[in-house]
Design a protein around this ligand. Structure first.
Ligand code: PRP
Ligand code: URA
Length: 209
C-alpha cells in the first residue's frame, strides 16, 4: 500500500487557514497556493534518492551527496493545478511540466477530459500530479488513469485540500500512488464541494467569479 501523508507543518497549516477565508482576494490566494505548494514539495520529496559524488572545494577534495534517482515531472490538472506549478518549480527548477485538461461537469460532477500533453521522457521520471482540490476524486482518478495509459508508472498525487470521500476513492482506484495532502477536511456537501474547504479553487486563483 502506498503512503498517504497529511501535512503537519505549522507554516502550511497557517497558510491554508488564510486561503480558506472568504475575504482573501485573488492576489493573496494565488501567492499563498504557490507558497503552500512549495512547502509541500519540500515535505513530499524527503525520500528522493541521493548518490555520493567526489568534488573539489577550494580547499580539498571531498565527497558530497547529490540527487541520484529518477528526474521529476510536474503535471497540473487544468486549471487550478496551474496555481501550484511555480511554487513547486522553486524547489525543483529542473523538473519538466506536463498538462492535463479536465473539468468537472457541473451537472453530473463527472470529469470531462479535454487535453493531455506530457514531457516526452515522462515514463523515465517520477511524476507529481497536482491539483489543489480532491473532492469526489473523479478528476484526479481520471488524470492518473490518463497518465498510466501512456505507460507511466511512477506517479504521486499532491493536493492542498482533500475530502475523506475523495481520498477513499483515490486509494481504491490507485492503491499504488503516494498521496500528499495539505489538509484533510470533514466531508463533501450536496454539491460535491469540500466542507469547510475554500470554495472553487480555479475561480479563486484566476479571479473568474
Ligand atoms: C476542480 C478542482 C479539481 C476538481 C475536484 O476543478 O480543481 O480538479 O474540481 O473535484 P473532484 O475531486 O470532484 O473531481 P474544476 O472541475 O472546477 O475545474 P477548473 O480547475 O477548471 O476550475
Ligand atoms: N472543486 C473545487 O474547486 N472546490 C471544491 O470544494 C470541490 C471541487
Amino acid at each position: 500500500m502506498a503512503k498517504v501523508m497529511v501535512m503537519d507543518h505549522p507554516l502550511i497549516k497557517h497558510k491554508i487557514g488564510i486561503i480558506r477565508r472568504t475575504e482573501t482576494g485573488t492576489k493573496d490566494f494565488r501567492q499563498l497556493i504557490s507558497e503552500i505548494a512549495m512547502l509541500m514539495t519540500y515535505e513530499a520529496t524527503r525520500d528522493l534518492e541521493l548518490e555520493d559524488v567526489e568534488i573539489e572545494t577550494p580547499i580539498c577534495k571531498t565527497v558530497v551527496q547529490q540527487l541520484g534517482g529518477k528526474k521529476l515531472a510536474i503535471v497540473p490538472i487544468l486549471r487550478a493545478g496551474l496555481g501550484m506549478v511555480d511554487g513547486m518549480l522553486n524547489m525543483i527548477p529542473s523538473a519538466r511540466v506536463g498538462h492535463i485538461g479536465l473539468y468537472r461537469d457541473p451537472q453530473t460532477k463527472l470529469p470531462v477530459e479535454y487535453y493531455c500533453k506530457l514531457p516526452e521522457d515522462c515514463d523515465k521520471r517520477a511524476v507529481f500530479v497536482v491539483d489543489p482540490m480532491l473532492a469526489t476524486g473523479g478528476s484526479a482518478i481520471a488524470a492518473i488513469q490518463m497518465i498510466k495509459n501512456r505507460g507511466i508508472k511512477n506517479i504521486k498525487f499532491m493536493c492542498v485540500i482533500a475530502a475523506p470521500e475523495g481520498l477513499e476513492a483515490m486509494k481504491k482506484a490507485h492503491p499504488d500512488i503516494d498521496i500528499f495532502i495539505g489538509a484533510l477536511d470533514e466531508k463533501l456537501n450536496d454539491n460535491s464541494y469540500i466542507v469547510p474547504g475554500l470554495g472553487d479553487a480555479g475561480d479563486r486563483i484566476f479571479g473568474t467569479k
